[in-house]
Ligand binder design. Structure first.
Ligand code: DLZ
Length: 155
C-alpha cells in the first residue's frame, strides 16, 4: 500500500473473483486508479476480474450492492470527487462513503474504498498512481479488499 503509515501487504489472491466498480468523472485520474487496482490484482494472482463502469461516485453503492450478491470474494470501488462551489461535493462523498460501508457490513463482502475526495484536481492526480503521483490509491484499495477477503476466508 502507498500512503504514509500504510502496511506492507502480501496477499495470495489466486482463486478469487473480484469486481472493480469504477465511476467515470475525472477521466485522467480514474485511468490511474483503475490501472493501479488492476495491477494490484494481477500482482496478487487474481485471475477473475470484472470491471463495471458507472456514471458517478454516487452510483457506486448501488452497483456494489448488486454485485455483492453475485459471488464475488471482494469488490473494489473507485471514484474521484472534486470539491466545487456547491454542497454537492459533501452529498456525493457522504452518499458514497455511507453506501459502500453499508454494502460491506450488511453483505459481509469486503469493499475496497478507492474514492478520492479532493479539494482540487492536483490533489487527485497526486494520489492516482500516475507517473509523478506520490500515492497509488487504486492499488491500495484493491489490495485492502483482497487482503480482507483472505483474512476472512476461513470465517
Ligand atoms: C454531479 C457530480 C458532481 C458535481 N461531481 C462529481 C464528481 O466530482 N465525481 C463524481 O464521481 N461524480 C460527480 N457527480 C455525479 C454524481 O456522482 C452522480 O453521478 C449524479 O449526481 C447522478 O446521480
Amino acid at each position: 500500500m502507498s500512503g504514509h503509515g500504510a502496511p506492507t501487504v502480501n496477499v495470495d489472491g489466486s482463486g478469487m473473483r473480484v469486481a472493480v466498480v469504477a465511476a467515470s468523472w475525472h477521466q485522467e485520474v480514474m485511468g490511474g486508479l483503475l490501472a493501479g487496482a488492476e495491477r494490484a490484482l494481477a500482482e496478487a494472482g487474481v485471475d477473475r476480474v470484472d470491471v463495471v463502469r458507472v456514471p458517478g461516485s454516487f452510483e457506486l453503492p448501488v452497483a456494489c450492492a448488486r454485485l455483492a450478491k453475485q459471488r464475488y470474494d471482494a469488490l473494489v470501488a473507485l471514484g474521484v470527487v472534486i470539491r466545487g462551489g456547491t454542497p454537492h461535493f459533501d452529498y456525493v462523498c457522504q452518499a458514497a462513503t455511507w453506501g459502500l460501508t453499508q454494502v460491506a457490513v450488511t453483505t459481509g463482502v469486503p469493499v475496497g474504498f478507492g474514492v478520492l475526495t479532493c479539494d482540487d484536481e492536483q490533489q487527485a492526480l497526486d494520489r492516482a498512481g500516475l507517473p509523478g503521483s506520490v500515492e497509488d490509491k487504486g492499488h491500495e484499495a484493491a489490495t485492502a479488499a483482497i487482503a480482507t477477503a483472505a483474512a476472512l476466508g476461513g470465517a
